[in-house]
Design a protein around this ligand. Structure first.
Ligand code: NDP
Ligand code: MG
Length: 386
């Protein structure tokens, strides 16, 4: 029942603010040692005044002075820039690093945190997509725990408790299908950013909301699951379940299926990852079958939502292919959010980058950094040419 000291990277985001709600509700269990934001200095300052961490990091160096001025007289050290994330993630004054920043930016701080022996509560799925093999090797080498925050993976993780000796036949990841479930390619060609940003069940950051609409999110989660649970590619299935009540399932070699259910609320998986192996009490709203008389299931439309098969293909290729997939997708989503490309040009861009960027079968950390860099350059050129 000791106090866990938490470094929360990406504290101003959707996961970050919900993680602070969880921490606020359990003041004797968790203490914040560091917080970080990319550009939202105002919220970072308010969070620092409430939680009094030892350090904060503001990604945007231009905002360092603003944060410093607002926190002068506080015991909180103010750092800035991407390198500072790696530094706070590996400090001796922390036990758990919750990676709630978005995108590739999660990779290097997570590597440093593992090397410093920290427990990782992993929300940043891109880390495992980009460098799953390297991260899982490091986790083993340094003997740290890496616990998923993503709701599907938390569901599987919860189903596996007590099953350590029992072979998994397969896992089934559930997908809501997003706001465009059932649409044809013709209809998708003209959807707007505003429509894509309206997720039916979850309230999340912009990047993952677009990924959910394009099914890239499920593709990233397939790759994330492979590394988290040590699965072969043919052991991972996806089923569309529009109500988002069953968060995912595991099938064991006797054929038995276990599922985890609940209302769509990220606070539960966040709290489970922070509290693991304990379940902490909560006042989150409770699920009732009377509110959900029908739970339904269907096949994902892989011909229309091409990101899903593209992710499976990148996973089969292995090496740096998932890193290429991720970087191309980050550029594609950013371009879609700036109204520079259409919805269906996102998978086009990803597919093009997968064929253009050189394949590396066994990348080092430096190779991943290079691949990410190179893919962004290629993807940006392709966006410019459209
Ligand atoms: P948000 O966009 O809401 O928040 C992102 C956070 O990261 C903010 O604190 C932001 O700072 C910070 N940030 C943005 N860019 C960078 C950067 N280049 N370097 C460092 N920090 C940066 O994202 P979400 O909370 O939705 O998602 C965070 C991660 O969790 C993603 O990897 C996502 O896939 C995953 N996830 C999210 C779920 C959800 O329900 N939201 C569910 C499952 C997984 P600022 O506010 O200053 O811009
Ligand atoms: Mg998820």
């Amino acid at each position: 029942n000791s106090l866990k000291r938490v470094t929360l990277l990406g504290s101003t985001g959707s996961i970050g603010t919900q993680a602070l709600d969880v921490i606020r509700a359990h003041p004797t269990r968790f203490q914040v040692t560091a917080l970080s934001a990319h550009a939202n200095a105002d919220l970072l300052i308010r969070q620092a005044l409430e939680f009094r961490p030892a350090a904060v990091v503001i990604g945007d160096e231009k905002k360092r002075a603003t944060v410093q001025a607002a926190l002068s007289g506080q015991a909180t050290e103010v750092l800035a820039g991407a390198k500072a994330l790696e530094e706070v993630a590996s400090r001796p004054d922390t036990d758990i690093v919750l990676t709630a920043m978005v995108g590739y930016a999660g990779l290097l701080p997570t590597v440093r945190a593992i090397q410093a022996g920290k427990t990782i509560a992993l929300a940043n799925k891109e880390t495992l997509v980009v460098a799953g093999q390297l991260i899982t090797q490091l986790v083993k080498k340094y003997g740290v725990g890496l616990y998923p925050v993503d709701s599907e993976h938390s569901a599987i993780f919860q189903c596996l408790v007590g099953e350590e000796r029992n072979p998994i036949e397969k896992i089934i990841l559930t997908a809501s299908g997003g706001p465009f479930r059932g649409r044809s390619a013709e209809q998708l060609a003209s959807v707007t950013k505003a429509q894509a940003l309206k997720h039916p069940n979850w309230d999340m950051g912009a990047k993952i909301t677009i990924d959910s609409a394009s099914l890239m999110n499920k593709g990233l989660e397939v790759i994330e699951a492979k590394w988290l649970f040590g699965l072969r590619n043919d052991q991972i299935d996806v089923v569309v379940h529009p109500q988002s009540i069953i968060h995912s399932l595991v099938q064991f070699h006797d054929g038995s299926l276990k599922a985890q259910l609940g209302l769509p609320d990220m606070k539960l998986p966040i709290q489970y990852a922070l509290g693991y192996p304990e379940r902490l009490p909560s006042e989150f709203p409770r699920f009732s079958f009377l509110d959900y008389p029908q739970l339904t299931f269907e096949q994902p439309d892989r011909a229309t939502f091409r990101n899903l098969p593209l992710a499976f293909e990148a996973m089969s290729q292995g090496g740096n292919a998932p890193c290429v997939l991720n970087a191309a997708n980050e550029i594609a989503v950013a371009a879609f959010l700036r109204d520079e490309i259409g919805f269906l040009q996102m998978p086009d861009l990803v597919e093009n980058c997968l064929s253009k960027v050189s394949y590396l079968a066994d990348p080092s950390l430096d190779d991943y950094v290079q691949t990410d860099h190179e893919t962004r350059r290629v993807a940006q050129e392709l966006v410019g040419a459209l």
